[in-house]
Ligand binder design. Structure first.
Ligand code: UD1
Length: 354
């Protein structure tokens, strides 16, 4: 079996790591195409090195741009790649512009398309990611659902016959990395004590691109009673500078994007996480660190239902949410048990078009 993975953005490299390891173990051919959506070394290269992902076979070098320009550049570069490699499956990951570009390229060339992390829904049509994931699910020949909730969304949309519940490959990598981290104490900024800091990330357009909203978020974080380690995505740095907002005020200790092992170590060591990232909400749950999500909804509803995640629907609630009582312990595994990548590879094999 020959799989061609299309990736481009940071969270996709983590998912790719799980699949690359599983395809190596099963002896299948794997072609990796990097679109270049994320290109800074600390947003891309370090993930390939730390997670031992093979160097991409193809790099499209697309870079940043408006949604249409970025997605279109990927799409126009993909035809030649797919024609050269002729895979059994094109595998796309998550909900980014690289996902929808890979999906459209495959279906236009009649190459079977599989979507990993299928069936997630925020039901917020203002999010670019919501369109990317809905369109990709409906284009795909095989939808690999990470959770029962995601599987049910696909069933509700008439996609049951193409859907397989696999578990979440991010769990595979998070658990593996946490185990490897046991021997490596994480390094924190001066003045920050392990166990007594809040780990924060803010990068989504709805939080960064409105100056008043971004100011309010940064003010609330800076005013927290505990040290806040804010790992700053490039968009946050650019927008804060453009709006004249300080990333080093009050409790804030702003640091560059972390590599994956450091991030997992920081989540595990933090007293709380504050984020608008999808993956981090799950990683916080897996590592049992309470999370507060700076969004009006989440795709990962299990984290909220189990009490380990709370939505900051009103920013004034942020300090109280961060300091809320510890959630009830749980043994629930809504994101699988760490074997989702192998299950995904088996689903790809079982649904191979002869
Ligand atoms: C993308 C995904 C989002 C995911 C996020 C993870 C889409 C629509 N969104 O958002 O779902 O949560 O990745 O990070 O695909 N930049 C750099 N260097 C880089 C990458 C980006 O400087 O290596 C800057 C550029 O100014 C760019 C901006 O960050 O314009 C935003 O990057 P972009 O790839 O457009 O989307 P993300 O916000 O990262």
């Amino acid at each position: 079996m020959k799989i061609l993975s299309v990736v481009g953005a940071r969270p996709q490299f983590v998912k790719l790591a799980a699949i690359a390891h599983a395809l190596k173990a099963s002896g299948d051919d794997h072609v990796i195409v990097h679109t270049g959506q994320h290109y800074d070394a600390n947003m891309s290269d370090v993930f390939f090195e730390d997670l031992q992902i093979p160097t991409p076979d193809v790099h499209l070098g697309v870079g940043s741009g408006s949604h249409g320009v970025q997605t279109g550049a990927m799409l126009s570069a993909m035809d030649a790649v797919l024609e050269e490699h002729q895979p059994d499956w094109v595998l796309v990951y998550g909900d980014t512009n690289s996902t929808i570009a890979g999906a459209l390229s495959a279906v236009k060339l009649h190459i079977p398309l599989a979507h990993l992390e299928a069936g997630l829904r925020s039901f917020n049509r203002a999010m670019p990611e919501e369109h990317n994931r809905v369109l990709t699910d409906h284009a795909a020949d095989l939808c690999l659902a990470p959770t029962e909730v995601a599987r049910q969304h696909l069933v509700n949309e008439g996609l049951a016959a193409r859907t397989v519940l696999t578990g979440d490959v991010m769990t595979d990598i998070c658990l593996m990395t946490a185990a490897q981290n046991a021997d490596h104490p994480i390094s924190l900024p001066d003045g920050v004590d392990p166990g007594n800091f809040v780990l924060a990330t803010i990068h989504r357009a709805e939080n960064t691109d409105d100056p008043n909203r971004l100011r309010a978020i940064l003010d609330r974080l800076a005013g927290l009673a505990h040290a806040v380690v804010l790992t700053a995505h490039p968009r946050l740095v650019t927008r804060a500078a453009a709006y004249g907002l300080g990333l080093r005020q009050g409790s804030l200790h702003t640091v560059p994007p972390m590599d994956y092992p450091t991030m997992v170590g920081a989540v595990a060591a933090a007293r709380a996480v504050v984020t608008d990232s999808g993956g981090l909400q799950k990683e916080a749950f897996i590592l049992r660190t309470p999370c507060t999500t700076v969004r009006t909804e989440t795709e990962w509803t299990e984290t909220v239902d189990l009490g380990w995640n709370a939505l900051a629907l009103d920013l004034s609630l942020l300090p109280d949410l961060v300091d809320r009582p510890a959630p009830a312990p749980t043994n629930a595994t809504p994101y699988g048990d760490g074997h989702a990548a192998a299950a995904s590879v088996e689903a790809l094999r079982a649904h191979l078009k002869k």
